[in-house]
Design a protein around this ligand. Structure first.
Ligand code: UD1
Ligand code: MG
Length: 451
């Protein structure tokens, strides 16, 4: 449901110096999705449609990661207040409620955003910010309140805070709702009077307080959600936070995850009920798994993979952009890429689809009921017809294996059918010598015995 009279600005122009990266901070990924994508999705799930993104560092890439938004370029990054001020012209005439969110805070979900807006509206405020009391608030702006009444006064940024202010646990999340005209008016009065020489958005709230406007915090119910991404360590903390959220969602839908602490399931994965995910398994974004499947241990399913019901993918198997049909199995040491497997296929240990010829990717089609022998290589493009079998170590070159055929060798050729042995009459001494009844030669004793 879309919210009336609400717009948003997301600040995403910064480089993210503390990441020590060439890549803009908001483009770093958490569980397969850019940090910025979480922020935008949280807003959209809360019902905000008109989103302005402030871009600067790697602006083109950031634009690509934020489809469907409006963009404004902040040529030089002179602070969060300066960043928001760039949006004033684009929001000319808008007098409603404006979310302003840091593009590096992916964990504040839609429910919290809606609480923030609700508190803001119920109390008829000019500004409401989301705060939380953190065990370790270092790096965050501290919420400075009046000692007597606890009224919000201003923020003290980490670099500018006194030792006493650094002991304040209540921290600023960097997520705000403003009455739009009020914040732009206040920003005009903000000065770069701080150690970084930046125009702080946080100072705009102090300007509002000094001007007698109503400003206060909405306390987060889950303090961990206010953690932003400023360093590689934060990336791990956010990954762990979101990882558990994803795993719990699958468990609630009837999926057994044997060891959540070693299982990585990215966002946008669908898994059917009664599927079992064994330990040390990685399932990447965009994978679909049916019901009653088994995956792992030590398996990786990559983007574009679909497992139909009752499929089984075992240890040291990597599957990419491949459809595995119902009740088909690849249990050991395989790579299946750009392939389509029918139903009841058995992929022998060590079978590899050679999908890449150094120039392009090619498809492998394995029809229903095929069995591949251990260490088969299927050199794509190749089709293995219904019910066919490959021998151990077969290298099946581009082309087609006819339905029902058995191919062996390097390169793989149809197995030559031996002539059935001539029948002997029973009077010729029975089966003491000569071929055994199944056509195979009798085993010879190894000369010389054991050495
Ligand atoms: C900011 C807040 C701090 C708060 C914290 C929460 C300020 C001054 N401080 O600090 O009180 O506790 O967030 O995470 O606002 N950006 C721009 N242009 C700029 C500068 C920054 O677009 O010129 C963007 C960044 O890309 C980032 C966001 O604004 O997405 C926040 O900037 P960042 O430098 O991470 O601020 P913090 O130091 O985390
Ligand atoms: Mg930050």
């Amino acid at each position: 449901m879309s919210l009336d009279n609400v717009k948003a600005v997301v600040l995403a122009a910064g480089k993210g110096v503390r990441m020590k990266s060439e890549r803009a901070k908001v483009l770093h990924e958490v569980l397969g999705r850019p940090v910025l994508d979480y922020v935008l999705r949280n807003l959209r799930e809360a019902g905000v449609e008109d989103i302005v993104v402030i871009v600067g560092h790697q602006a083109d890439q950031v634009r690509k990661a934020a489809a469907g938004c409006r963009f404004i370029e902040q040529g030089e990054q002179k602070g969060t207040g300066h960043a928001l001020a760039q949006a004033e012209a684009a929001l000319q005439g808008f007098a409603g409620d404006l979310f302003v969110l840091a593009g590096d805070a992916p964990l504040v979900g839609p429910k919290t955003l809606l609480r923030l807006l609700e508190e803001h509206r119920l109390n008829h405020r000019d500004a409401t910010f989301l705060s939380a009391c953190l065990d370790d608030p270092s790096g965050y702006g501290r919420v400075v309140r009046d000692r007597a009444g606890g009224k919000f006064l201003r923020f003290a940024e980490e670099v500018d805070a006194t030792p006493e202010e650094k002991n304040i646990p209540e921290s600023n999340s960097g997520e705000y709702v403003f009455r739009a005209p009020a914040v732009f008016e206040a920003l005009r009065k903000v000065k770069p009077d701080n150690k970084k020489g930046e125009l702080y958005l946080t100072d705009a709230l102090a300007v509002l307080v000094a001007g007698g406007r109503t400003v206060d915090a909405c306390r987060s119910l889950n303090p961990n959600e206010i953690y932003g991404i400023n360093s590689r360590r934060d990336l791990v903390a956010a990954t762990n936070f979101l990882r558990w959220r994803v795993l719990e969602r699958h468990m609630d839908l009837g999926v057994t995850i044997v060891d959540p602490s070693t299982t990585f399931i990215e966002e946008d994965v669908t898994i059917g009920a009664d599927t079992v995910i064994q330990p040390f398994t990685v399932i990447r974004r965009g994978v679909t798994i049916g019901s009653r499947c088994e995956v792992g241990p030590f398996a990786q399913l990559r983007a574009g993979t679909v497992l139909e019901d009752e499929a089984e993918i075992g240890n040291f198997v990597e599957v990419k952009k491949t459809r595995v049909g119902m009740h088909s199995k690849a249990k050991h040491l395989s790579y299946l890429g750009d392939a389509v497997l029918g139903a009841h296929v058995n992929i022998g240990a060590g079978t590899i689809t050679a999908n890449y010829d150094g120039v392009g990717k090619h498809q492998t089609i394995v029809e229903d009921g095929v069995h591949t022998g251990s260490n088969t290589v299927l050199v794509a493009p190749v089709r293995v017809g219904k019910g066919a079998t490959t021998g151990a170590g077969a290298v099946v070159l581009r082309g087609e294996v006819p339905a029902g055929a058995t191919v062996v060798g390097v390169p793989a050729r149809p197995l030559a059918r031996k002539k059935p042995p001539a029948l002997r009459s029973s009077s010729a001494g029975g089966a003491k010598e000569g071929p055994s009844s199944n056509g195979a030669r009798p085993r010879r004793k190894v000369k010389g015995g054991r050495r």
